[in-house]
Write a protein that binds this ligand. Structure first.
Ligand code: TPP
Ligand code: MG
Length: 329
């Protein structure tokens, strides 16, 4: 299958700054969650995507509210990139009634159906067949929408990944499979688990396009996902995108995990130097000549939104005993 990229995107000023705002928001929200977590008021496990934000923002940029996204245990970035409500996300982490899952789901089960964030599954690989189902529905209903499954490199080892690629290609379904390859599944490296480092090439066996992107360079992701989404909307079928990236914090929880022996400080540092937010900020300032002040204003407004969201979440009540029986199927 030919892997040809069209010429680079030219993003207008508003879009460029909107992308910056989202990237910055996801980074800072997670930093604030990590900072607050030791207070033990958030009682759910929390999987951070610090270092991986560009994948979520880049892929969601060209989706609309009717397009469906399914995510994983590491879902904060996907939820926010798809337009999920920030105060409801924080309230969910605090187990409060105003949470996006009424306080019953916690960090791994973020959902905002109004904007097409259809939910997250902590079952590794679970997002893949769910997105396939949405895509099949779109096709049967002759809708021009697209479904996206975000999943990790570990999920690419699940049988359902291969089954879904086959079915999607056979039926030419409007689905994008986005593998965020952060090189580790919990504490096992990709090279310990897979004989070849070639996730994107597995598209070949299902006769669909497969692309590898630099997951820390949002321009690369925007380029590839734009094309993939357009193809899917035009009835030209599915695409597999592998975004190569890296998680900075522990698999779960707010701490670093360099002392437990499965990866090195040098490896982590080299990825921190290749920060997706800094990379994009440098591009905006050096190549697009944006004034630092403009970016600073965006950062200030994001900081205010985050602080308001935490205040809202903390003030929100816990569900009552009666609420325990609501929304249970
Ligand atoms: C079916 C299933 N098997 C095992 C687990 C335990 N588990 C939770 S996260 C994880 C690793 C997932 O790795 P990856 O898909 O690369 O995602 P990442 O955590 O790196 O984002 C595992 C094995 C699970 N939740 N579901
Ligand atoms: Mg992984």
């Amino acid at each position: 299958m030919k892997q040809v990229l069209k010429k680079s995107l030219i993003l207008d000023q508003e879009i460029s700054l909107g992308i910056y705002k989202k990237l910055y928001e996801i980074r800072r929200v997670e930093e604030k969650i990590a900072e607050s977590y030791p207070e033990q008021e958030m009682r759910c496990p929390v999987h951070f995507s610090i270092g991986q934000e560009a994948c979520a923002v880049g892929v969601c940029e060209y989706l609309n509210e009717k397009d469906h996204v399914y995510s994983t245990h590491r879902c904060h970035g996907h939820y926010l990139a798809k337009g999920g409500n920030l105060p409801s996300m924080i309230a969910e982490l605090y187990g409060k009634i105003d949470g996006c899952a009424s306080g019953k789901g916690g960090s791994m089960h973020l959902i905002d159906v109004e904007v097409g964030m259809m939910g997250a599954s902590a079952i590794v690989g679970g997002s893949i067949p769910l997105a396939l189902g949405s895509a099949l529905t779109y096709q049967l209903q002759k809708k021009k929408n697209v479904a996206v499954a975000f999943f990790g490199d570990g999920a690419s080892e699940q049988g359902v990944f291969y089954e879904s690629l086959q079915f999607a290609s056979l039926r030419k379904l409007p689905v994008i499979f986005v593998c965020e390859n952060n090189m580790y599944a919990t504490y096992s490296s990709l090279e310990q688990r897979q004989p070849l480092d070639n996730i994107f090439e597995r598209a070949k066996f299902s006769n669909m396009p497969g692309f590898r992107t630099d997951g820390n360079n949002i321009l690369d992701i925007l380029n590839i996902s734009k094309e993939a989404i357009e193809r899917a909307r035009n009835g030209e079928g599915p695409t597999l995108i592998e975004c190569r990236t890296y998680r900075w914090l522990d698999h779960v929880g707010p701490n670093e995990d360099i002392d437990i022996g499965y990866r090195t400080r040098d490896e982590l540092n080299s990825w921190i130097e290749n920060c997706p937010l800094k990379n994009y900020e440098n591009y905006l300032i050096k190549e697009r000549k944006f004034e630092e002040n403009k970016l600073k204003n965006i950062r200030n407004s994001v900081e205010q939104n985050i602080s308001d969201a935490f205040e809202f979440a903390k003030k929100s009540p816990f569900p009552s005993k009666k609420d325990l029986y609501e929304g249970v199927y």
